[in-house]
Every structure is written in structure tokens, then in C-alpha cells.
Design a protein. Structure first.
Length: 394
């Protein structure tokens, strides 16, 4: 059984059921049932000649058609068995004969549906991973470290929320991209590599829609993901960008990301993901940390501030200014920002250390460690504080 094939077919099968008249929640349940059945009866890989209902080991000639037929049967069975929904049967056509299915790709509409503005970000992410990504509820729950029952409830609520949404309504690309970026930033947890899954889904979206910001997000993901192997030491501790072994960076992913980014920028429709990718590309282009073009990075952060006016972007810009123009300039830029911002204390600690004020930097590193959102970051910041305190005592 080819799990990658199943996951790639999930959105188009779901889209076909919705177009035939099934509401989203019922259609998604039916597709999941069909996927379970495929796992049970398909051979190790689909190959020529079989039909729905054949026994395990028989080759599958048309995997997509097989899934559509089985899912539609499950939908009809569930509809007919539910007395509260018997009135819908008037709108349900008789089961179509097995055979080739239309080549319509509904993936893009499913992205829009799963990123509907009525959903919370966490619900939109979960629904996207389930309906478009083809992950099971258990896999999503493990990735987010919550009980499976909790995740099942979250997904069920999300499906009910979007079930009444018309499938042909235009969607918001920016919302879809933010959902995918949220998935990517979760990284790797449990047995599901969410960063790799986000890249796969963004590639799929890029194939379905010609949009420079979709390309920008894909480039950004590839450029960040290329540094993954160098981000942690053997003991699991974080390795800052400046200290990473650049020989461990994935040069193929970097080259692909830069090529995608250059094509997007050439269209002269700059967006925030393209600007972020440009910054990541400048980091990737430097053979050593000392060769980083910080002046150009500051210029890209200025573009990001213009596009987003985000306090987080301004915080990162302060670091870049500190590298380009010296720590005093970075601290001056930082002084304009609210001290309650996440990572504000960590940035201040770094800039004060570069400015030579080790006592204040150590205190700020300890403060930042106390506020850190995860154990790895907390350990890293605690080590920085201890390192400076050791230097001061000698």
C-alpha cells in the first residue's frame, strides 16, 4: 500500500464527493473510511486491473476511481442509515457506475475551505492536515501532543463549521498561506514531520495556483528547512545560526528555494513571504557568518515593515541593524519596541553582550530563559547566561 499516493489523492476524492452533493463533514468522513479500506485491501502498490471490493493483493488499475467509488458508497450508506438526514436522499443521485472519474482538481477549493475565516487557526491547521494532507486524527493528535479524542472533537467542530459553506465561493490565498506557515513552524513532533508535510502541501498549492506569494512561501520553507540538520547539536541543544556547520546545510534545497524566489520576485508583486525568503536566501548565500550581507538584510526588513508593520518584524530588524551598524544602533532600534514582545529580552541580551555589558546581558538571558516557550530554547538561553557569568567571574 502506497501511503504517499493515498495522501496525494485525498483532496481530489473529497472534492468529487462534495461536487456530487455531499456536505463537507459527511464527505470527509466517507473519504477517511475509504482510506482505511484501501489500507486494508490494497496490495503494496497499485498496479493494473482491479475494481472496488476486490480482495487483498489484487492489483488496482485506477486508485482514484477506486477511492471515489468506495467513499461514495460509504456516504450513501451513512446518509440512508441516518433518519435525521433522510430528506437529503432526495438530492442524492443513484450511485454512479465504477469507472474513470473527472480530471477536475478541487484541491485549491479545499485549501480555501479548510482555511475559512470562521475557523480558529488551530482548527484550520487540523482540518487542512486531515482533509488536504490525508493525515489521520491520531497522527495529528500526536504531532500536537494532545489526546486523540481532543483532536477528534476539534476536527469535528471545524467540519461542522464549514459544512454550510458553498464550495464554489472564492477563497483568500493569504489565509491559506498563513495556515500552511503555521503547520511548517510546528516542525517535527512525534512520528509526523509537519515541516516536510507543509512543504508537500505548499508544493501542491503552487501547482494549483499561479501566485507569487505561494512561490515565496515555498521558497521560504525550502530555505529554512535546508538548515534543519545543523540547528541542533548531538545532545539536542540549539545551535544559533552564526555557529551552525554550513557544510550540513542542504545545498539542493537552497538552490531550489533561490530559483523559485527569483522567479517570484521577477513578477514585481512583492509580498511578505517573498521578503522573508529573500532574507533567508541572503543567509544561505554567505559561506560564513562573517560574510553575511547584513546591510541588504536590513533593507529587506525595511520592506517587511512596510508590508506588515509587525512588531515581531521590527524586533528581528533590530538584530539586523545591530549586525550592520553596531550594537548601539541595534539597541536604539530595540528601544522603540514594547518590552513585553516575545524574545525581546533575548534580543536585548544579545545586543548588550556585543556592546560589552556582560552583567546586563547575563541578567537578560536569564530573564529570557524564564519566558522561553519551549524547553530547548530555555536551555539555550540558560546556557548563555551561565557562559557570561563564568566569563565575569574570571
Amino acid at each position: 500500500m502506497d501511503e504517499a499516493l493515498l495522501r496525494s489523492l485525498t483532496p481530489s476524492v473529497l472534492g468529487i464527493l462534495v461536487r456530487r452533493g455531499a456536505d463537507f463533514a459527511a464527505a470527509e468522513d466517507a473519504v477517511q473510511d475509504a482510506l482505511v479500506e484501501a489500507i486494508r485491501v490494497w496490495p503494496t502498490g497499485p498496479s493494473p486491473s482491479s475494481r472496488p471490493g476486490s480482495s487483498r493483493g489484487d492489483p488496482i488499475r485506477d486508485p482514484k476511481g477506486w477511492l471515489v467509488t468506495v467513499a461514495w458508497r460509504r456516504f450513501l450508506d451513512a446518509t440512508r442509515a441516518d433518519a435525521a438526514r433522510r430528506r437529503r436522499e432526495d438530492r442524492v443521485d443513484e450511485e454512479p457506475a465504477p469507472g474513470p472519474v473527472p480530471a477536475v482538481d478541487d484541491t485549491l477549493q479545499l485549501y480555501f475551505l479548510c482555511a475559512h475565516p470562521s475557523l480558529t487557526p488551530s482548527s484550520a491547521v487540523a482540518l487542512t492536515l486531515r482533509a488536504v494532507g490525508g493525515l489521520t486524527t491520531r497522527q495529528i493528535a500526536q504531532a500536537y501532543l494532545v489526546p486523540e479524542a481532543t483532536m477528534a472533537q476539534r476536527i469535528s467542530r471545524a467540519k461542522r463549521t464549514v459544512s454550510g459553506v458553498r464550495f464554489d465561493q472564492p477563497g483568500d490565498v493569504a489565509t491559506v498561506l498563513r495556515v500552511l506557515y503555521l503547520v511548517f513552524n510546528e516542525g517535527y513532533v512525534g512520528d509526523v514531520d509537519l515541516a516536510a508535510e507543509a512543504i508537500r502541501l505548499t508544493r501542491q498549492l503552487s501547482a494549483a495556483i499561479d501566485h507569487p506569494e505561494v512561490a515565496g512561501l515555498l521558497a521560504l520553507m525550502l530555505l529554512h528547512h535546508a538548515r534543519r540538520a545543523a540547528r541542533t547539536a548531538a545532545d539536542g541543544s540549539l545551535v544559533p545560526l552564526a555557529e551552525q556547520d554550513r557544510g550540513r546545510w542542504d545545498t539542493e534545497s537552497i538552490a531550489e528555494g533561490v530559483e523559485i524566489l527569483q522567479a517570484a520576485l521577477a513578477r514585481d508583486r512583492l509580498g511578505e513571504f517573498q521578503a522573508q525568503a529573500a532574507i533567508a536566501a541572503l543567509h544561505a548565500d554567505a559561506l560564513t557568518a562573517e560574510e553575511t550581507d547584513w546591510v541588504q538584510i536590513v533593507e529587506w526588513y525595511d520592506e517587511l515593515v512596510r508590508l506588515t508593520d509587525s512588531p515581531v518584524v521590527r524586533l528581528n530588524r533590530a538584530v539586523a541593524v545591530g549586525e550592520a551598524d553596531g550594537p548601539r544602533a541595534g539597541l536604539a532600534a530595540l528601544a522603540e519596541l514594547d518590552e513585553s514582545l516575545p524574545r525581546h529580552a533575548a534580543v536585548a541580551a544579545y545586543l548588550h553582550e556585543r556592546d560589552g555589558d556582560l552583567a546586563k546581558a547575563a541578567r537578560l538571558y536569564a530573564e529570557a530563559a524564564h519566558k522561553a516557550p519551549n524547553l530547548a530554547e530555555r536551555d539555550h538561553l540558560t546556557r548563555q547566561a551561565a557562559r557570561l557569568n563564568t566569563r565575569r567571574s574570571h
